[in-house]
Design a protein around this ligand. Structure first.
Ligand code: ZN
Length: 445
């Protein structure tokens, strides 16, 4: 009943102008929101227990009675992981007939995770995304051009659906060369630009030399960004750059910044968030349960992102509470200008480099403009650095067309550094991918 009531309030609010919609949803008492979340959570548990082979089997194995589960804690130490998705296949999670699918690659394995959705879910995601974009000032009269990569990626689809709700003009450029974008996009006079962080940095370098046109704001997501890089983009365009936080598994954005740029306002209507293994400051792994999915719901899905819940109200007054800025990833996957990269990518790049030993480490840094990926490789012959680098670049071009494309667009630099034997391993386990970029917080949260 609460779920229905909230659904009605959500839908009704969209018939009003943005400020009124925001006020209407903002009037929802916290207790009502919590009861709605609990009702939707129970519904989701029952649905997956009934229809998803993966959850049915896991519940049976662990002796979990779905009818007795009322809160996430009732599931004990049971979580869903990306590895479960890869190992069992998306089909084992299905509870309904899908209309569409998206993929997320990288992480610690070359096998992509596939996630299915319905058109109804796409419409709902578009609607909640539109609330966040309206909060940032996107209006019907605006003109958006998006350079999000549309190859199996969820964000162009969900963004398009949000634009439809808002009613603004919108064109898709795809992730093309920034120089080509600059020439072709201008003809549409876009005042809002969507793009991935490293791509926006490259575009802004070009714009600095050739001249900007007036924009209301820029919008980004899909990878992290240093505050230094953000300030550069903002100073070139003389406009704010806002970030969103999400995952393909979650069907895009679970949180969007506001004008304060002080954490992501989280979508408590459609997700139940938890922080797993929180430290003294509340930082731990973000875990979420989808609350209104009927095709491929996920229970307590481990995001592998480290952050904290921010329960203090935001200065902007927006009714949704926040997720802090993402601090790190729990696994060794790194999201950078190269793309989503994990240890397997570098192992593959080094496969044909005969002078390289099995001891190597990839270190991601940033010069404030673009990411630098330094592949440190132990070798008996330090003079082999150039031949190793040539082999790595050849493998990149041959075997990883997406990473090569980003390299050609100068979204990152890739270098090989030859190191003497036994210089890299300082502990028992050699950490293969290290992210040394400092995600400087504009304000400590
Ligand atoms: Zn805010």
């Amino acid at each position: 009943m609460y779920a229905k009531l909230i659904e009605y309030a959500e839908r009704a609010s969209f018939r009003f102008p943005p400020e009124r919609a925001r006020r209407m949803l903002g009037m929802m008492p916290d207790a009502l929101l919590k009861r709605m979340q609990a009702a939707r959570f129970r519904q989701t548990v029952r649905l997956v227990a009934e229809r998803s082979p993966f959850y049915r089997e896991e519940f049976r194995r662990r002796g979990i009675d779905a009818r007795a589960v009322r809160r996430p804690e009732d599931l004990g130490d049971f979580y869903t992981t990306g590895e479960d998705l890869r190992r069992c296949g998306a089909e084992a999670f299905l509870t309904g007939r899908p209309d569409t699918a998206f993929e997320t690659t990288g992480t610690t394995s070359p096998v992509p995770k596939r996630v299915f959705f319905s058109n109804r879910e796409l419409r709902d995601v578009g609607r909640s995304g539109a609330i966040g974009l309206r909060n940032l000032g996107l209006r019907r009269g605006d003109r958006v051009i998006s350079a999000f990569d549309s190859s199996f990626w969820v964000s162009p689809a969900t963004a398009r659906e949000s634009f439809r709700y808002i009613g603004c003009f919108h064109a898709e450029a795809g992730k093309i060369e920034p120089a080509e974008f600059y020439e072709r996009a201008r003809a549409y006079k876009p005042n809002v630009i969507f793009g991935e962080p490293s791509w926006l940095v490259r575009l802004s370098e070009l714009v600095q030399a050739r001249g900007a046109w007036p924009v209301k704001f820029l919008f980004s997501g899909g990878e992290n960004m240093t505050e230094q890089a953000r300030s550069r983009v903002e100073s070139v365009w003389r406009a704010p750059l806002y970030m969103s936080y999400g995952q393909t598994e979650a069907f895009g954005a679970m949180g969007v910044e506001c004008a304060e740029q002080d954490g992501y306002h989280r979508n408590d209507l459609n997700y139940f968030f938890e922080v797993r293994g929180a430290d003294g400051d509340g930082y731990g792994e973000l875990v979420y349960t989808t609350l209104d999915r009927d095709v491929m719901p996920l229970l307590r899905y481990r995001s592998t992102d480290v952050t904290r819940m921010v329960e203090e109200p935001c200065r902007c007054g927006f009714f949704l509470n926040r997720i802090g800025k993402i601090r790190a990833r729990c696994d060794e996957m790194v999201v950078c200008g190269m793309g989503n990269v994990g240890p397997w990518v570098f192992a593959e790049l080094l496969r044909g480099a005969s002078a390289a030993s099995a001891e190597w480490q990839a270190v991601v840094t940033s010069d404030g403009r673009r990411d630098l990926v330094e592949l440190r490789v132990e070798t008996q012959d330090l003079a082999a650095q150039h031949s190793i680098e040539a082999a790595v670049l050849a493998a990149l071009r041959e075997r990883f067309p997406d990473f090569w494309k980003n390299h050609e667009m100068r979204l990152y630099d890739l270098r090989v550094a030859a190191c003497p034997p036994r210089s890299l391993r300082t502990e028992r386990k050699l950490r293969r991918v290290v992210d040394e970029r400092q995600m400087l917080l504009r304000r400590a949260i």
